[in-house]
Structures are given as C-alpha cells and as structure tokens.
Design a protein around this ligand. Sequence first.
Ligand code: CUA
Length: 337
Amino acid sequence: MRRGSIVQLVALGVVIGAAATIVALFVPWLPPNASEERDGIDLVFWFTTAISIGIFALVGAVILYSVAKFRVRPDDDSDGPPIHGHTGIEILWTAVPAILVTAISVISGVVLVQNDRADSGHLNVEVTARQFAWTFAYPQQGNLTSGQLRLPLGRSVELHLQALDVIHSFWVPEFGQKQDAVPGQDTKLVITPTKLGTYPVICTELCGLGHALMRTTAIVMKPAAFTAWVNQEKQALQAPPGQAGKAVFASNGCASCHTLRSANATGTVGPDLDKLPAYAKQAGKPLEDFVRESIVDPNAYVQPGYNRNVMPPFANLPKDQIDSLVQFLTSSSKGGS
Ligand code: CUA
C-alpha cells in the first residue's frame, strides 16, 4: 500500500471517529448519576462505547475508502482478481476482538462484585413486589412499611426483593442497579445514594395489565430527615384508627391505583374510592362490610368497568391495620376524613 493511501485511510478513520465521539459525548444518553454503584456501571458503559467507536471508525474508514478507490467503471465487465486470504490479517481480526471482549467481561465482572458489596453499617429494606404495587418494609425501624422508598443520603442500603405473584423487576435509572423480584426467591440489590432528590422506581419486567403503572418514587433524604420521618411514621401508626388508616393507605401503595380526595390520591387504575357508598349500594352490601370484603377479597365484587384480578388481596395485613383502613375509607368516602 502506498504511503498516500495510508494517510487517506487514517484521515477518514479520524473524521469518522471524531463524529461518533461527538454524538457519544454531547447527547445526554444516561440519566443523572445518583449512586456510588452508578460510577462502576457508567465506567463499563463508557469503556464499551470507546471500543465501539474505535471499531466503527476503522470499519467505516475501510468501507468508504474501498468504495471510492476500487469502484468498477460502468463498462468494465471483467472478473475481479482472485484473492487467497491473508493469514496475518486473519490472526489480527480474531485476536484483537477476543482481547477486547475479554477485557469487557473482566471489567463487568469486577464492577458486579463491587456493586454487590454493602458497607458494614448498611440499612436493610424489604421490597415486596405484587401486581401492581411496590411496598417497602424497614426491619431495623420497627418493621415500618411505606409505599415509597425513602433512603438516607450516603448510607449503603441492601434491598431484599420478594415477589408475591409473578416476576417483577426493580429499577431506578439514576441508581443504575437493577434486579428481578422472583416468586419464591430472595434476591438482593445494593444501593448507596449520593444525591438528594426524588427518583422514579420503575418495574422493568412485563408483569400484567398494570405493568406500565407499577411505579412509585425513591426519595433520598438527609440522614436527620430520614430519622425524623421514621419517628413520625411510627407515631402515625399508633394514632386513633381513622388517622392510622390514612397511614396504612399510604404505606401500602393504594394511591398508585385509586383516587381518594382525603388522601390526595389520584390513581385511576382502580375504582374511585370517593364513590364507595354508591358502589356498596350497587353491590347490595352495607358500606363497612363491602369495604372490608373489597380489601381482603377484591374479586368478590368487581365494579363494572374495572378488571378482575388487577387488585391484589390485602388479607395478610395485620388485623388492626385492616380495621383502621376500613374505618378510614368508610368515613372519608362519606364526606368526613
Ligand atoms: Cu411489575 Cu411490571
């Protein structure tokens, strides 16, 4: 190959590589980084991207150069020259990709192991996934439950995931880490939040009719604010039944599917709970019995216009919590709160 041709080929590669680099760097492909684990995940992402850009530049340059240089003239009907391969190049294009793919595997493996390791003073949160809601329990905080994932800033947390029905998958894009919740298995995920804020919790495994709505929020708080929230929630659960019911409503994710004015809930997957007295009349049952039945056995009566098997039964809630919830729903839907 003449020296001029090599210079042309290299120049083409540099231009293509530069264009791809600009696209990679100046388009915000990734959500903001809000956890320590995201650092490692981003490293793997950029390492792989850099390799891809290099190979893209090389292949693009050779293709463009060949198309321009070796194009056949319109009146040339002759056969091309016979080619017998080139052992040197074949060794090169086998060995180099093998080395690159191995490097990606090694870096990914190291990051996976690092991201699985929680600090010694970590917080434990039990995550329960069900069609179609998330609940979070805090065993070190008196088994407090919440419909939102609240986390203290800078403290590593170990999530233990459980699924009650089908496979779901826990994902907060800003935290990077992702893990399936599988019925009958205890899977875990480590997250160390590094930025205050509110982030979406998304189910990323197609799990049924309400999959797209199976969302809640992760709230990263200052450690003192987290402690204050824990104390406040504990008190709320010990409040008189009407108010305790509001806490039960909030902590079981009811608001993600139902509308209820007195709880500022605006969900539309399930029936509007402000209309409970009218529904009870349609079902032909006394309001309180109807509300209790709908919580523990939702398929017993399904309001026309809504689907069966969408709402999970909450029969395994402690009895005092069910009582509080029934009292709260009965009184709020009658117009009180
Ligand atoms: Cu749960 Cu998708």
